[in-house]
Design a protein around this ligand. Sequence first.
Ligand code: ATP
Ligand code: MG
Length: 271
Amino acid sequence: MSISLIRPLIVAEGRHGIDRPVKVSVSAVDAWFGKKQVLRNVSLDLFDREVTAIIGPSGCGKSTLLKCLNRINETVPAFHMTGDVRLDGRSVFEPDLEINQLRRRFGWVAQQPNPFPWSIFENVAYGARLHGLVAGHHDTEAYVEACLRRANLWDEVKDILRSPGNSLSGGQQQRLCIARALSTEPEVLLMDEPCSALDPTATAHVEALIDELRARLAVVIVTHNMQQAARISQRTAFLHLGVLVEAGDTADVFIRPRSELCGRFVTGRFG
Ligand SMILES: Nc1ncnc2c1ncn2[C@@H]1O[C@H](COP(=O)(O)OP(=O)(O)OP(=O)(O)O)[C@@H](O)[C@H]1O
Ligand SMILES: [Mg+2]
């Protein structure tokens, strides 16, 4: 399928931009690892205070797209990209933009829960200290509590804050990683298959949390679970072979997909 055939399928919606401004704007992004092109002319708006799900078959470029937003791909020497990514209207590639400050504005939650090999408390306190968001012990304690409460973990860990983070269950570890991601006060939370290592109960906890977090953040979640995408996202973007085939309201993408390819994917007929 040529890009020119695919691009007009992308849906523009009236209600966005009124109550929910564009938080991140991806424009005409092409990306390569070495000679292999993995993203092709991807343009996508991500809106504040809603959850965008990125779906598509394995290897289609979902994680790469996510990592273009906070410029993490640049740590891979073979990677290069063209196009632009704007956060609040400002290019993330502006030369005077400080990269650590930029990355602080994006929280990251990985597929496997990966707490630091430290205590529950230190997992959350570290980023806040690093970015000067807390001053003094009392302040740090209150801040860590607030982050753990936001991650719906406080009641389960308040009496074991000095225990190692990796002594928690998988689902609790993932919520600890979310608390850690929130500790730097990000504006956009990037989650790459955050529930794929979790059981249904732990997944339900994380999904409920994501729904709460969107009151204050833009959330972007990569998921292979179509039911999850339908449950928790307001917008869905479908990628195939590095091309953004379709993006729009989640209900439209799942119930009234514009492209046959997307329809087949969301109903499990390929991928
Ligand atoms: N560090 C890397 N070096 C070289 N090629 C890479 C690297 N990371 C990803 N790729 C390639 O880029 C393409 C897109 O990969 P990406 O990880 O973005 O896919 P994905 O959609 O997230 O897949 P999955 O659903 O399996 O996680 C793949 O062909 C992959 O092999
Ligand atoms: Mg991936």
